[in-house]
Design a protein around this ligand. Structure first.
Ligand code: PLP
Length: 423
């Protein structure tokens, strides 16, 4: 039923019915969580063999390195080789470090702020106010890094092809614009895959800032839900071809491949940028946890092993994403007050509700025991100017819990919209 075409009387009747239904929902005393995109326990089980690796006496890497000792700042070559294809970074330009790519993004930005970047005249703050372009809706933790470091954020619209490149090309003519956050494949939260043309334009555009960087957060590089995954263009090579070899910082991790808290993170870039980062990391540590890297390399020895493993994740994730679409279609399809994305991979669905309703939906859901990511979280400073966007993370709950949570959410969307249309 298209709520936007109902008369005042029809809407009032609908509101009464929805309020009754909502009271019933509250009475159920639910305690459900659709907030963070965490792997489910079943997904973590897929990597159980890691817990027995590298095994007693199995601590020697292919090149003879005793992984128990200090050193090897750039990370184990065999692990870098296994992830080179997925991240589209040559092995010698790839760093394996720590357990969190977000930490590496933070590190890179802190180093840009404290020390400056190759191609830059000075540390960022000494060049005046600096800003990052933020495709919206986007990933709240990217925005939190900027906010923490005093870097301004400029929202740019996300389209079905990636960030609106006309807008991006206009902004980068300003010298204060130092970079852009990108999640190129299965963006968080929309699931958008950047088209080859978007990637080409990011690689080719002229920027006023000599130290401009694309923060290419390829968190979901291999996280497909089905066959025929679109392969984005190789931004590192393209940037070099267009005369901007230092433009791109590639990030990735095994957080949603093996164990979210005990994986391995990666950084890939030009030789100059890799030396720059390693120079800073070398002051922080004598080397990363190579035993963890070795057990990852034993568990996932090459790109083919990564692909096969990700197919097993997809088997667990697919039904959850299908359930999201089934329930939203059933309850909100044709309602005129909601639209949502249908990603082919990644961890999220982006739901747009009637303007001015997202915070109300999240509040209603919370009062009914369904935790949602706070409204506005997908925008810089937590402020969604249209109060429309809600991020759904279906990976973690079991299917029954997910069904309850989504049916409750859909009811809240309809209730909030009806209230709004009557206001
Ligand atoms: N980047 C994106 C786009 C994410 O969605 C997430 C987690 O949800 C991360 C990075 C975090 O990655 P890591 O666990 O490697 O720090």
């Amino acid at each position: 039923m298209d709520l936007t075409t109902l008369t005042h009387t029809e809407l009032s009747e609908r509101l009464t019915a929805l309020r009754e239904e909502y009271a019933g929902l509250q009475d159920r005393g639910l305690n459900l969580d659709l907030t963070r995109g965490k792997p489910s326990a079943g997904q973590l089980e897929l990597s159980r063999p890691l817990l027995g690796l590298p095994g007693e006496g199995g601590h020697t890497a292919q090149d003879g390195t005793d992984t128990r000792n200090y050193g090897g700042l750039q990370g184990l070559p065999e692990l870098r080789a296994a992830f080179s294809e997925a991240l589209q970074v040559p092995v010698e330009q790839l760093v394996a470090f720590g357990n969190s790519s977000l930490e590496l993004m933070y590190e890179a930005m802190v180093d840009a702020v404290l020390f400056g970047l190759p191609g830059g005249s000075a540390p960022w703050p000494r060049q005046g106010r600096t800003a990052m372009l933020c495709p919206v809706p986007g990933y709240d933790r990217h925005f939190a890094v900027c906010e923490k470091l005093g870097i301004d954020m400029i929202p740019v619209a996300m389209t079905a092809d990636g960030p609106d490149m006309d807008e991006v090309e206009r902004w980068v003519t300003e010298e204060r614009v130092k970079g852009i956050w990108c999640v190129p494949r299965y963006s968080n939260p929309t699931g958008v895959v950047y088209t080859p043309e978007t990637v080409r334009r990011l690689a080719a555009m002229e920027t006023a800032a000599g130290d401009f960087r694309v923060f290419w957060d390829n968190a979901y590089a291999v996280h497909h839900l089905g066959e025929g995954a679109p392969q984005p263009a190789d931004i590192l090579s393209l940037s070099a071809e267009h005369g901007h070899p230092d433009r791109v910082f590639v990030f990735g991790s095994t957080s949603k491949i093996t164990m979210a808290g005990s994986g391995v993170a990666f950084f890939g870039s030009s030789h100059a940028n890799v030396s720059w980062l390693l120079g800073h990391l070398s002051r922080r540590t004598i080397g990363p946890d190579k035993v963890n890297q070795l057990r990852h390399a034993r568990f996932l020895p090459d790109a083919e092993a990564v692909r096969a493993h990700m197919e097993r994740h997809a088997e667990l994730l697919r039904p959850r994403f299908e359930l999201v679409h089934t329930i939203l279609d059933k309850r909100l399809g044709g309602s005129g007050v909601a639209s949502w994305t249908r990603p082919r991979g990644g961890y999220f669905v982006s739901l747009d509700v009637l303007g001015g309703c997202a915070a109300r939906v999240v509040g209603l859901a919370e009062e009914a025991g369904i935790a949602l990511t706070p409204a506005g979280a997908t925008f810089p400073y937590g402020k969604d100017p249209q109060d429309r966007n809600i991020r759904i993370a279906p990976s973690y709950p079991g299917l029954d819990e997910l069904r309850d949570a989504l049916e409750g959410l859909a009811l809240c969307v309809e209730l909030a919209a009806t209230e709004r249309l009557l206001a």
